[in-house]
Design a protein around this ligand. Sequence first.
Ligand SMILES: [Zn+2]
Length: 216
Amino acid sequence: MIKFNKGSTPKCLIAKTNGSNPNYKVWAKKWESQLKKSYPNKNWNWYAYKGKPVNTLLIDKLRNKTNDHCSFCDKYAPEADCDSIEHLLPKILFPLKSFSWTNLFLSCVGCQKRPKGWKNHESEIRSILKPDAKSYSFERYFYYDTKTGKIEVKKIGTSKRDQQRAELTIKYFQLNEFKRPASRMSFFKMFYDSTNFERIKNGLQIDELPYRFMFK
Ligand SMILES: [Zn+2]
């Protein structure tokens, strides 16, 4: 999870298409009332702005903000049909946040799968780390273990609370599952200059690599 700046809310969300409330509020209210009618409702709808589905407008902006990386595992350039917009606070549980720019993230398929029993963490969902938070940095909460390929919780110089949040984030996005550590290690070998351990191979740009936290 690499820090990025979310920037200002896109026009399609803050425009007031119908009435005096911005679209993100109107659409979230509609979703909330749908949920009340038939829970669990399957008819999630991104709505459209100027004839274009809002998710297609947002996903381009989100891709731009993370340089085409998954916001959580930092996989590079998830294929267009394999990435989507993740509601960090799930839209079923937090309907009024369903169109809030601060709650929307570019995510790969893996990071959208919830671990079994994730609902046990429902009360803790708000403690999950956000890569666009001002106070966030990978180095503050995590370290990358080059021997195992795992992302580990930083325990030196961090508070208990920070450690809990980091642990929860790893669990929530299953950052060390799906053979992800092995995948990281193979990329690590591929892109590191083995003769100079401090350096990425010549000609490679860090923003075009997956798992950028490995190369810092
Ligand atoms: Zn991911």
